[in-house]
Design a protein around this ligand. Sequence first.
Ligand code: ADP
Ligand code: TRP
Length: 324
Amino acid sequence: METRTRILSGIQPTGSPHLGNYFGAIKQHIELQKEGDCFYFIADYHALTTIKDGDALRQNTYEVAATYLAFGLDPATTTFFRQSDVPEVTELTWILSTVAGMGLLERAHSYKDKLAKKLSPMVGLFLYPILMASDILIYKSNLVPVGQDQIQHVEITRDIAGYFNNTFGETFPLPDYRMGVAPKVPGIDGAKMSKSYDNTIELSLAGKALRKKIMSIVTDSKTVEEPKSPDNCTVFILYSLMSTEAEKLALAERYQAGGMGYGDAKTLLLEKIEDKFADFRMRYAKIMADPEYVEESLRMGAMKARSLAAQTLTEVRSAVGFRA
Ligand code: ADP
Ligand code: TRP
């Protein structure tokens, strides 16, 4: 029997999905449904490291699920679930923590960033990469499609899988990562777009609220007459993600010629986003109004995911010496 590549990725329900999530991750997740056996989940255990409000967590989870379904995730063929519906993953996290070196985790960017900001990190934040390794390994995943910020976590996963295999015998395949068309989409302030930096353009925004966001994108202070450089301009970078080669060239020429203000470029970007995501927004609104469909999709996925996770865990328990 031919074995299909197992593709797995997760997204945290820490806020409404944004353009960075779409071009960095969701777009390729949807496309990859044609290429392999896909497992996509909502990482609510991970989100607990930042969200301490149950209602907000539930609402965000629902929005992320509706977003994937509206973009065309097919719950009949893709295993789509909530991370916390598979508690087996936390048992594997513990077991993996006994073969993962402190040094490996101390080098993790997400942890180092919090330390640099002088925040006092919780133990859960330190363990975050092991939980992620457990997510990936419990389904014996081969490929993990993510944005650039998650690559180090996949590398840590490979290290942990290697230690486990060396210690207890060959159990886990070593996963590879794959980046999408735009591994690091900038936010309205020019830094990486992220729910934690309050600089996002949410996919569900339209009309006035979207206009307000787009108009607040930070640019340099060149006058209308002055020639401008498209290369480092957030407006241009975002526009390029959604336009044809010819449209991109035409806008780059207007930047370089001078005589065009950033307001005009922002209006072009606004029209692009309205147009590109119009169908999505309609489907999203419909799905948001149908909680049963969302719930049923996640329930179906959880059953499939859980049975596979339980199989791996039985193998792992036996390998380490527990009563299998
Ligand atoms: P956020 O940083 O907004 O909390 P997540 O951590 O939930 O987003 O990321 C979900 C997926 O989206 C991951 O694969 C991540 O790499 C990708 N991603 C997030 N922000 C961006 C961005 N600005 N550009 C490209 N990919 C991104
Ligand atoms: N840490 C990822 C993020 O913030 C989410 C995630 C959790 C994930 N487990 C995963 C991504 C497993 C890929 C594979 O984006």
